[in-house]
Design a binder for this molecule. Structure first.
Ligand code: DGL
Length: 272
């Protein structure tokens, strides 16, 4: 007879990993659906940014960060809340741990469904834009589509370091060149293929002015996470939930603290 998961494992946190703060909107989405869960967010600031690194280095960073996570916490599931990490290291991570792992990959499938022009855009990191995993998503779900790929490491760095102290105009100036490219190329559905970009989703949508729709994986990942927890008998159905926020490397400002406050995460500083 299969063993029932213990209440200890049901109380374990759902861990979210990213190179920085990008995965937070993904945690927020799942927390709305499952408010009683305990969450742990780990920003691998020591290895930020992933998107400019060779694949081998990204894999190494993901596995090292996971080992660090497992040295001080016993999560019941991991959400790899980073497209760059997921397209490079999702299978490596699944092979490395004995708990379920949910990945975040570019939402090519929904974008293809939404595109009347059969032209979609993918806005992502350099690494994701060139990833064979992205090629295979396109092959599978958007085979006869034109796909306009734009790499935007500058947007990642901006969100990670300056989002909170920036003005709306600065944010708009930053995303304008990518929007211009998608407009010119007549993409009518654009995938926000880096979790960091979801912080600027509204800016992009408003500036696009109806020229294209934006798509990301937040809803899909939250739904998939619920399905996995249900299937494994790991849902926590009573008690008050919590959300802790750690980083792998210290920063010399209080940026993460303020991000934590903004999104109701309890910032605990550098992970043990
Ligand atoms: N947030 C990550 C993603 O979804 C990338 C950020 C980085 O380059 O470190 O791709």
């Amino acid at each position: 007879m299969p063993l029932m998961p213990s209440s200890e494992s049901r109380n374990g946190p759902i861990a979210f990993l990213d190179s920085g703060i990008g995965g937070i909107p993904y945690l927020v989405k799942l927390r709305k659906k499952l408010p009683r869960e305990n969450y742990l967010y780990l920003a691998d600031h020591a290895n930020f940014p992933y998107g400019e690194k060779p694949v081998e280095k990204i894999r190494e960073a993901v596995l090292q960060t996971t080992d660090r996570l497992l040295s001080f916490s016993r999560p019941k599931m991991i959400v790899l809340a980073c497209n760059t990490a997921s397209v490079s290291a999702l299978q490596n991570l699944r092979d490395h741990v004995d708990i379920p792992v949910v990945g975040v990959v570019p939402a090519v499938k929904p974008a293809a469904h939404l595109s009347g022009e059969r032209t979609i855009g993918v806005l992502a990191t350099e690494s994701t834009v060139n990833a064979p995993y992205l090629d295979s998503l396109i092959e599978q779900f958007a085979r006869d589509f034109r796909v306009v790929r734009v790499a935007a490491g500058d947007i990642v760095a901006f969100v990670e370091n300056r989002l909170l102290q920036s003005t709306r105009e600065e944010q708009n100036r930053l995303v304008a060149p990518a929007i211009e490219t998608f407009r010119r190329e007549r993409a009518d559905a654009v995938v926000l293929g880096c979790t960091h970009f979801t912080f600027l989703e509204e800016n992009i949508r408003v500036l696009a002015g109806g020229a294209f729709l934006t798509v990301d994986s937040r809803e899909g990942v939250a739904n998939q996470s619920v399905r996995v927890l249900e299937k494994e008998g790991l849902l926590r159905e009573e008690g008050e939930g919590s959300a802790l926020f750690y980083t792998t490397g210290s920063r010399d400002d209080d940026y993460y603290h303020r991000i934590g406050d903004r999104f109701f995460l309890d910032f605990r500083g550098e992970a043990p």
